[in-house]
Design a protein around this ligand. Structure first.
Ligand code: SF4
Length: 231
Protein backbone atom coordinates (compact mmCIF):
# COMPACT_ATOMS: atom_id res chain seq x y z
CA UNK A 1 0.00 0.00 0.00
CA UNK A 2 1.52 3.35 -0.86
CA UNK A 3 1.25 6.52 1.15
CA UNK A 4 -1.31 9.06 0.00
CA UNK A 5 -3.56 6.56 -1.72
CA UNK A 6 -3.90 4.76 1.58
CA UNK A 7 -5.65 7.78 3.07
CA UNK A 8 -7.87 8.32 0.04
CA UNK A 9 -9.70 5.05 -0.32
CA UNK A 10 -13.35 4.47 0.48
CA UNK A 11 -13.95 8.16 1.04
CA UNK A 12 -17.72 7.95 0.80
CA UNK A 13 -17.92 5.24 3.45
CA UNK A 14 -15.63 7.23 5.70
CA UNK A 15 -17.69 10.39 5.40
CA UNK A 16 -20.79 8.48 6.41
CA UNK A 17 -18.91 7.05 9.38
CA UNK A 18 -17.88 10.54 10.45
CA UNK A 19 -21.47 11.70 10.46
CA UNK A 20 -22.42 8.82 12.73
CA UNK A 21 -19.82 9.64 15.38
CA UNK A 22 -22.17 11.35 17.82
CA UNK A 23 -24.62 8.47 17.71
CA UNK A 24 -21.83 5.99 18.41
CA UNK A 25 -20.66 7.95 21.43
CA UNK A 26 -24.12 8.04 22.93
CA UNK A 27 -24.50 4.31 22.46
CA UNK A 28 -21.11 3.59 23.98
CA UNK A 29 -21.73 5.83 26.95
CA UNK A 30 -24.96 4.04 27.75
CA UNK A 31 -23.90 0.47 27.04
CA UNK A 32 -20.18 0.08 27.75
CA UNK A 33 -19.67 1.87 31.05
CA UNK A 34 -20.28 0.83 34.62
CA UNK A 35 -22.70 3.20 36.42
CA UNK A 36 -19.96 4.79 38.53
CA UNK A 37 -17.94 5.60 35.41
CA UNK A 38 -20.98 7.13 33.71
CA UNK A 39 -21.16 9.45 36.70
CA UNK A 40 -17.43 10.24 36.51
CA UNK A 41 -17.70 11.09 32.82
CA UNK A 42 -20.76 13.22 33.48
CA UNK A 43 -18.85 15.12 36.16
CA UNK A 44 -15.95 15.66 33.81
CA UNK A 45 -18.16 16.95 31.01
CA UNK A 46 -20.03 19.22 33.43
CA UNK A 47 -16.71 20.61 34.64
CA UNK A 48 -15.58 21.33 31.10
CA UNK A 49 -18.91 22.94 30.27
CA UNK A 50 -18.72 25.24 33.30
CA UNK A 51 -15.02 26.08 32.96
CA UNK A 52 -13.94 29.71 32.54
CA UNK A 53 -10.31 29.14 33.52
CA UNK A 54 -8.79 30.72 30.44
CA UNK A 55 -9.81 33.31 27.82
CA UNK A 56 -10.52 30.72 25.12
CA UNK A 57 -14.07 30.26 26.38
CA UNK A 58 -15.03 33.83 25.50
CA UNK A 59 -15.68 33.47 21.77
CA UNK A 60 -16.92 29.93 21.30
CA UNK A 61 -20.19 28.28 20.26
CA UNK A 62 -19.59 24.99 22.05
CA UNK A 63 -17.13 23.30 24.34
CA UNK A 64 -15.50 20.29 22.64
CA UNK A 65 -14.66 17.71 25.32
CA UNK A 66 -13.84 14.80 22.99
CA UNK A 67 -15.60 11.60 22.07
CA UNK A 68 -15.18 7.96 21.16
CA UNK A 69 -14.82 4.62 22.91
CA UNK A 70 -14.46 5.40 26.65
CA UNK A 71 -12.57 2.12 27.10
CA UNK A 72 -10.31 2.49 24.07
CA UNK A 73 -6.76 1.11 24.23
CA UNK A 74 -5.78 3.89 21.80
CA UNK A 75 -6.30 7.57 22.59
CA UNK A 76 -5.66 10.27 20.01
CA UNK A 77 -4.83 13.77 21.22
CA UNK A 78 -4.84 16.79 18.95
CA UNK A 79 -4.33 20.49 19.44
CA UNK A 80 -7.67 22.26 19.75
CA UNK A 81 -11.11 22.50 18.14
CA UNK A 82 -11.44 24.18 14.75
CA UNK A 83 -14.41 26.01 13.27
CA UNK A 84 -16.53 22.94 12.46
CA UNK A 85 -15.69 21.33 15.79
CA UNK A 86 -16.71 24.52 17.61
CA UNK A 87 -20.04 24.61 15.77
CA UNK A 88 -20.81 20.94 16.35
CA UNK A 89 -19.23 20.42 19.78
CA UNK A 90 -17.34 17.37 18.50
CA UNK A 91 -13.60 16.79 18.08
CA UNK A 92 -12.06 16.14 14.65
CA UNK A 93 -15.18 16.48 12.48
CA UNK A 94 -13.97 19.15 10.02
CA UNK A 95 -11.71 18.54 7.05
CA UNK A 96 -8.82 17.53 9.31
CA UNK A 97 -11.15 15.14 11.09
CA UNK A 98 -12.18 13.55 7.81
CA UNK A 99 -8.52 13.05 6.98
CA UNK A 100 -7.96 11.48 10.40
CA UNK A 101 -10.81 9.06 9.69
CA UNK A 102 -9.16 8.08 6.40
CA UNK A 103 -5.79 7.70 8.13
CA UNK A 104 -7.29 5.34 10.70
CA UNK A 105 -9.12 3.46 7.97
CA UNK A 106 -5.79 2.94 6.21
CA UNK A 107 -4.60 0.84 9.17
CA UNK A 108 -7.91 -0.96 9.55
CA UNK A 109 -8.97 0.98 12.63
CA UNK A 110 -12.62 2.08 12.81
CA UNK A 111 -12.84 5.57 14.22
CA UNK A 112 -15.36 4.58 16.87
CA UNK A 113 -12.80 2.17 18.40
CA UNK A 114 -10.56 5.00 19.65
CA UNK A 115 -11.04 7.94 22.01
CA UNK A 116 -10.31 11.32 20.44
CA UNK A 117 -9.81 14.67 22.17
CA UNK A 118 -7.69 17.83 22.19
CA UNK A 119 -5.35 19.57 24.57
CA UNK A 120 -7.80 22.50 24.89
CA UNK A 121 -11.57 22.13 24.88
CA UNK A 122 -12.38 25.59 23.47
CA UNK A 123 -11.53 26.81 19.97
CA UNK A 124 -8.63 29.27 19.85
CA UNK A 125 -9.56 32.37 17.80
CA UNK A 126 -8.73 31.96 14.08
CA UNK A 127 -7.40 28.47 14.91
CA UNK A 128 -4.22 29.88 16.40
CA UNK A 129 -1.98 27.61 18.43
CA UNK A 130 -3.08 27.54 22.08
CA UNK A 131 -0.88 29.54 24.44
CA UNK A 132 1.10 27.53 26.97
CA UNK A 133 -0.99 29.09 29.74
CA UNK A 134 -4.20 27.94 28.03
CA UNK A 135 -2.92 24.42 27.55
CA UNK A 136 -1.83 24.39 31.17
CA UNK A 137 -5.22 25.64 32.37
CA UNK A 138 -6.99 22.88 30.42
CA UNK A 139 -4.57 20.10 31.32
CA UNK A 140 -6.54 18.79 34.35
CA UNK A 141 -9.38 17.87 31.98
CA UNK A 142 -7.03 16.01 29.63
CA UNK A 143 -5.38 14.31 32.56
CA UNK A 144 -8.77 13.19 33.86
CA UNK A 145 -9.73 11.86 30.43
CA UNK A 146 -6.58 9.76 30.38
CA UNK A 147 -7.37 8.48 33.88
CA UNK A 148 -10.88 7.46 32.84
CA UNK A 149 -10.07 5.92 29.46
CA UNK A 150 -6.87 4.27 30.71
CA UNK A 151 -5.37 3.91 27.21
CA UNK A 152 -2.29 1.81 26.58
CA UNK A 153 -1.18 3.86 23.58
CA UNK A 154 -1.36 7.60 22.85
CA UNK A 155 -1.12 9.09 19.37
CA UNK A 156 0.02 12.69 19.79
CA UNK A 157 -0.89 14.72 16.73
CA UNK A 158 1.05 17.95 16.37
CA UNK A 159 3.51 19.86 18.52
CA UNK A 160 1.11 21.23 21.20
CA UNK A 161 -0.24 17.75 21.97
CA UNK A 162 3.24 16.26 22.05
CA UNK A 163 4.60 19.06 24.23
CA UNK A 164 1.66 18.80 26.63
CA UNK A 165 2.05 15.07 27.21
CA UNK A 166 5.81 14.75 26.96
CA UNK A 167 6.46 17.89 28.99
CA UNK A 168 9.07 19.30 26.68
CA UNK A 169 9.32 21.56 23.67
CA UNK A 170 9.76 19.46 20.60
CA UNK A 171 10.22 19.76 16.86
CA UNK A 172 7.66 17.72 14.96
CA UNK A 173 9.98 17.11 12.02
CA UNK A 174 12.65 15.70 14.34
CA UNK A 175 10.35 13.89 16.77
CA UNK A 176 7.64 12.41 14.57
CA UNK A 177 7.80 8.66 14.36
CA UNK A 178 9.46 8.44 17.78
CA UNK A 179 7.99 6.33 20.56
CA UNK A 180 8.05 7.50 24.16
CA UNK A 181 6.96 5.85 27.40
CA UNK A 182 4.98 7.94 29.85
CA UNK A 183 3.25 6.73 32.99
CA UNK A 184 2.90 3.18 31.72
CA UNK A 185 1.67 4.24 28.28
CA UNK A 186 3.38 4.24 24.91
CA UNK A 187 3.16 7.57 23.06
CA UNK A 188 3.87 8.17 19.38
CA UNK A 189 4.32 11.64 17.91
CA UNK A 190 3.09 12.42 14.41
CA UNK A 191 1.80 15.26 12.27
CA UNK A 192 -1.58 16.83 12.95
CA UNK A 193 -4.01 16.22 10.05
CA UNK A 194 -4.37 20.01 9.59
CA UNK A 195 -0.64 20.21 8.93
CA UNK A 196 -0.97 17.39 6.39
CA UNK A 197 -3.74 19.28 4.61
CA UNK A 198 -1.44 22.31 4.41
CA UNK A 199 1.57 20.27 3.35
CA UNK A 200 0.50 16.98 1.70
CA UNK A 201 4.14 16.14 1.05
CA UNK A 202 4.39 15.00 4.68
CA UNK A 203 1.68 12.36 4.23
CA UNK A 204 4.31 9.79 3.40
CA UNK A 205 5.90 10.33 6.82
CA UNK A 206 2.51 10.20 8.52
CA UNK A 207 1.86 6.89 6.76
CA UNK A 208 5.13 5.53 8.17
CA UNK A 209 4.00 6.65 11.63
CA UNK A 210 0.62 4.98 11.21
CA UNK A 211 2.26 1.72 10.20
CA UNK A 212 4.42 1.96 13.31
CA UNK A 213 1.28 2.59 15.37
CA UNK A 214 -0.47 -0.42 13.87
CA UNK A 215 2.59 -2.60 14.54
CA UNK A 216 2.70 -1.48 18.18
CA UNK A 217 -1.00 -2.20 18.64
CA UNK A 218 -0.39 -5.64 17.15
CA UNK A 219 2.65 -6.28 19.37
CA UNK A 220 0.62 -5.36 22.43
CA UNK A 221 -2.34 -7.47 21.24
CA UNK A 222 -4.69 -4.60 22.00
CA UNK A 223 -7.25 -5.09 19.23
CA UNK A 224 -7.41 -8.86 18.67
CA UNK A 225 -10.64 -8.64 16.69
CA UNK A 226 -8.99 -6.20 14.25
CA UNK A 227 -5.41 -7.47 14.09
CA UNK A 228 -5.55 -11.07 15.34
CA UNK A 229 -5.39 -13.96 15.47
CA UNK A 230 -1.98 -13.55 17.06
CA UNK A 231 0.55 -16.36 16.83
S1 SF4 B 1 -9.87 25.87 27.00
FE1 SF4 B 1 -10.09 24.51 28.76
S2 SF4 B 1 -9.31 25.73 30.50
FE2 SF4 B 1 -9.76 27.19 28.84
S3 SF4 B 1 -11.88 27.82 29.25
FE3 SF4 B 1 -11.97 26.12 27.77
S4 SF4 B 1 -12.30 24.32 29.08
FE4 SF4 B 1 -11.56 25.95 30.44
Amino acid sequence: MNDETSFSKETSIINEASMDTETSVEMEASSALQPDRVSEWAQLHAGIEACRACPLCQQIHHKVPGQGDPNAPLMIIGEGPGETEDLEGLAFVGEAGKLLTRMLDAIGMPRDRVYICNTVKCRPPRNRTPEASETQACFPFLERQIQLVRPKVLLLMGRPAAATILGETISITRTRGTWFERDGMYALVTYHPSALLRDPGNKRFAWQDLQSLRDRLMDLKLYPDLYGPYL
